[in-house]
Design a protein around this ligand. Structure first.
Ligand code: FAD
Ligand code: NAP
Length: 332
């Protein structure tokens, strides 16, 4: 779909932040356009049970996100399957190019691009990615029925992935670089009670090895962080669950970032350093990174965009970047 699409508010991203912003912006009669990106529904579509979304004791992540999408649509938001590739922040209205060839022209933008899985950066991890190495247990766990699996990491994601993978695997080894998990107590309790999971403390992934033809994993070598001792663990699947990094590619050269790339917003606000540009959810949040906090920020962003548009009206090729404070990207 090529051509130009004009909107008062463009919402980029379809996780809890994006859909909540779309609900609020629709109810404010802003007729928002939401571009979904490569992962419609965001990170929660890569998990199973969500047990901390208020109002649902337990809900499947993908179902929850379909409900959010339906809610946003019912309120009047236009939901488009497309990926924004660049944003020209030099003038208002802002002009976004997309993979489909459509040009989106927006008076205000709400950035909700969230976060995506981090990788260790090992050559062998790269070699077997998609052929035994994965960052999504719900997507790929099924392939390892009756096999041994290794999970790397010590946060909520790693523990949830390890637990979920016991539905398929004969044995799951959780490899963590310390002797303390970062995950919530309730998940640690479940981990400790699960006879299929063995935890290997003070170890880091050194290498994934396997066959070349066909490409496939046979095991990993892990290294003790204190003694340097190498342990060989046979496994057909390796799940990397070492956290997420903000998806800031569209804005990292223009907006101020901190703590490893999270977009800086003004205190108690979703306003960024550019006029009419708001940021919500995991893209800005190095601390909480939850569905409910992302949704809360999506709500704030829509309310702030509404007030900002009421005050500033629609733009006619106004200089934007030169009016904004200089940006600074602070290292972690
Ligand atoms: P995300 O959900 O990250 O969505 C980002 C969106 O931006 C995606 O739709 C993507 O397609 C889009 N996007 C990115 N780039 C572009 C682009 N260039 N153009 C257009 N669109 C773009 N939290 C909980 O509260 N409870 C849980 O039980 C829970 N379980 C989790 C399990 C797993 C495995 C993971 C990975 C996370 C879990 N979380 C959980 C955390 C929760 O998923 C996130 O905090 C939340 O999804 C963040 O929402 P978001 O809207 O900021 O962004
Ligand atoms: P996280 O909390 O940042 O944990 C990342 C884990 O990976 C940590 O244990 C960390 O070790 C380890 N790690 C990081 N880099 C590593 C490296 N280079 N080598 C080896 N290990 C490394 O990330 P997450 O678990 O993906 O969670 C992200 C956010 O989503 C959190 O806010 C979490 O609460 C949320 N989430 C919530 C739920 C839920 O509510 N049920 C489920 C999943 C995710 P150290 O501990 O040593 O730093």
């Amino acid at each position: 779909m090529a051509g130009t699409k004009k909107t008062k508010v463009l919402i980029i991203g379809s996780g809890p932040a994006g859909y909540t912003a779309a609900v609020y912006a629709s109810r404010a009669m802003l007729e928002p356009v939401l571009v979904q990106g490569i992962e419609p529904g965001g990170q929660l579509t890569t998990t199973t049970e969500v047990e901390n979304w208020p109002g649902d004791t337990e809900v499947q992540g993908p179902d929850l996100m379909l409900r959010m999408e339906a809610h946003a649509k019912a309120m009047g938001a236009e939901i488009i399957s497309d990926i924004i590739s660049t944003i020209d922040f030099s003038k208002r209205p802002y002009v976004c190019q997309s993979d489909s060839g459509t040009e989106y022209v927006a008076d205000a933008i709400i950035l909700c691009t969230g976060a995506r899985a981090k990788w260790l950066g090992l050559p062998s991890e790269e070699k077997f990615k998609g052929f035994g190495v994965s960052a999504c247990a719900t997507c790929d766990g099924f392939f390892y029925r009756g096999q041994e699996i290794v999970v790397i990491g010590g946060g909520n994601t790693a523990v949830e992935e390890a637990l979920f993978l016991t539905n398929f695997a004969s044995k799951v080894t959780l490899v963590h670089r310390r002797d303390e998990l970062r995950a919530e107590r309730i998940l640690i309790d479940r981990l400790e009670k699960n006879p299929k999971i063995h935890t290997l403390w003070f170890n880091e992934l050194e290498e994934v090895y396997g066959t070349d033809a066909p490409l496939g994993v046979e095991g990993v070598k892990v290294k003790h962080t204190k003694t340097g001792e190498i342990t060989d663990i046979p496994a057909k699947g390796v799940f990397i669950a070492i956290g997420h990094a903000p998806a800031n590619e569209l804005v990292k050269d223009v907006l101020e970032t901190h703590m490893g790339g999270y977009v800086v917003t003004k205190p108690d606000s979703t306003e960024t350093s550019l006029p009419g540009v708001f940021a919500a959810g995991d893209l800005t949040d190095h601390k909480y990174r939850q569905a409910v906090t992302s949704a809360g920020m999506g709500c704030m962003a829509a309310l702030e965009a509404e007030r900002w548009l009421a005050e500033h009206g629609m733009a006619e090729n106004e200089d934007a970047v030169s009016a904004a404070p200089a940006t600074k990207n602070a290292a972690e």
